[in-house]
Design a protein around this ligand. Structure first.
Ligand SMILES: [Zn+2]
Ligand SMILES: [Zn+2]
Length: 167
């Protein structure tokens, strides 16, 4: 099954509609500061520079030039660039989630409080390489950092008692 190639020009629209979409993202998700392009995109008080919004994942400030539209429901699941389905993302976060493996994408969408076996997800740690990481706590209290794709098989901390319960 090959559904990765859905981010083509037809799906994204013309360059004019893409520019309009980026302006809409910055206006709708406007940050509490602006960016000053003459000072290396340094944050300045609102109204004193170029309007900016924040990447939904890493919080990086983005202008109309640097923002990209991330589809909340991804293209491989039929998500389009309709405005109720997009949010601002930096290029790094957008391409990382787009290129992430299926299992990583699944775990990106997991929420704090979700349980897998003996383990509860307490904090999303972000993406490194092609994997999402979570800080998790086992029912025994042990903390661990779990790679997205391993979450399904980890299910508990390393103690044999917990492993037995999670099996
Ligand atoms: Zn980002
Ligand atoms: Zn445990």
């Amino acid at each position: 099954m090959s559904t990765r190639g859905t981010t083509n020009a037809n799906v994204r629209g013309s360059s004019t509609s893409r520019a309009a979409r980026r302006r809409w993202l910055v206006t709708t998700y406007r940050a509490d500061v602006d960016l000053h392009p003459e000072h290396g995109m340094y944050p300045v008080p609102l109204g004193e520079g170029t309007p900016a919004c924040r990447c939904y994942r890493c919080g990086k400030l983005l202008t109309v030039e640097s923002v990209t539209a991330d589809r909340i429901k991804p293209g491989c699941q039929g998500g389009t660039y309709v405005r109720t389905n997009i949010r601002p993302a930096c290029l790094t976060c957008n391409s990382v989630t787009g290129g992430a493996t299926r299992s990583a994408r699944t775990y990106i969408r997991r929420k704090v409080g979700d349980r897998v076996g003996q383990v509860v997800l307490v904090e999303y740690l972000g993406i490194q390489g092609r994997n999402a990481y979570w800080r998790c706590v086992c029912d025994c209290g042990a903390e661990m950092r779990v790679q997205s794709g391993q979450l399904r098989t980890v299910r508990s901390c390393a103690s044999s008692a917990c492993k037995a319960k999670a099996a």
